[in-house]
Design a protein around this ligand. Sequence first.
Ligand code: C2E
Ligand code: MG
Ligand code: MG
Length: 449
Amino acid sequence: MKPNQPNQSFDPDDLYLYSLRKMAESNIDKNRIPLTNLLNLRAFLYKADDLIRYNDDTYAIIVMDIAGFKLVNEFCSRTDGDALLKYISDCFRVYENDKTAVAHFRADIFALCIPFKQETELIAIVNRLSEQIKSFPIACKILPAFGICIASDKTVSASTIQDCAFMAQKTVKGKYFANYAFFDKSMHDKMLWEKKIENTFDEALAGDQFQLYIQPKVDMNSGKIIGGEALVRWVQPETGIIPPGEFIPVLEKNASIIDLDKHIWEKTFSFISQLKAKHNIEVPISINLSRMHAYDKHLVETLKSFSSYYQVSPSLVPLELTESAYSENEELMYQKIKALKACGFLFSMDDFGCGYSTMNMLVSQPVDEVKIDRAFLFHIANPKSQTLVRHTISMLHDLDLPIIAEGVENNEQKTLLTEWGCRFAQGFLFHKPMPAESFRQLLLQQSLD
Ligand code: C2E
Ligand code: MG
Ligand code: MG
């Protein structure tokens, strides 16, 4: 129960919080947004904390943001934007009473802290607000997105619950067929996982936990290794090996991928250089570039300096770029590609065929090689799929582009691909990615055969 006044069972911390709360309560009405007269963020969090903690009811925080609101201000007018915000505030205000908190945080972001018994009540609120807001007469399309987080643990702060509601909201923002999402355990786990990656990355990089793995590329006619692809593996002392798909998307969010890539690239250049020096073996090993390198001012310098320091010709280190890398910031990336090509680096279009504009990029971007995405091979038994792959190979031949098929896993795929003129491949049928040392052993073995 919320204490009305301090009594003897209070410890000093509670007394301090109590007096803070009292001060906030007396000020709460001053903490309103002038345009909409709803509570601002600070006042909302104070009130919501109180409600959640000292009421027996179960509470939820609902947050809302509108996809396309910026356009209202830009394409309609500021006056229209303000009118819309006032209208939304009126829709939310209906829920304002002693047992709730209703807020306008900023711009188009609104929030509601409300008690409930069944989740269906919350869904009904969200749907009603959504319909009302969408019906506002304005020339621009507006799409409200709601995130809902249930305060199932009364000791968790309103601020954390609100963060979780926003996390849920982000999963539906801009989607036409879903206007709300509940925060759930998987989102929570994902958030913890991402935090863990962010917090441990620097130490892991310094501690050399990111290891160079290489997957051989083979000539399917002879079975010989013709090169390799550098692939990172995070070898964590407690967890074991973590595949890149689990941490690269997180590192791309805060640009740490740039440091990680440099680390793997340097290992690759050093590996190629040692192969030549110790065994007189020269094979190309491609490296992957994240789309974030579009913003890396030192990209060209970094790659040039590795090439000259390790005395490795740029032509031995093809650069694999996926379609999203080309389109992240097309002009910036294009300038970098041009500069790298002038130094002698070659470009390999990775995962070809799994995007939507790759065809055009074959013409607009300087591409030296194409790696056909493994998704192309999933349904190879299907005649339609066969037509698609066969014609793709034939088109790439006509464009004079070397091809590598990715993800070859069985003999049926191998036979059809070779029949259609695709000679080179990378896939579990031949070799899985392996530690660089194992790749070296394989090459030594091959040079003895
Ligand atoms: P990618 O560049 O397309 O690399 C090929 C991926 O396909 C690798 O996954 C490889 O293990 C997998 N693969 C190859 N053959 C087969 C097969 O027959 N069956 C199946 N199921 N998979 C196969 P991996 O190593 O998990 O890497 C995933 C993606 O992560 C890579 O896709 C690449 O985009 C990215 N990545 C990996 N290492 C790095 C890196 O050092 N830097 C950057 N920026 N990205 C990297
Ligand atoms: Mg690749
Ligand atoms: Mg690929």
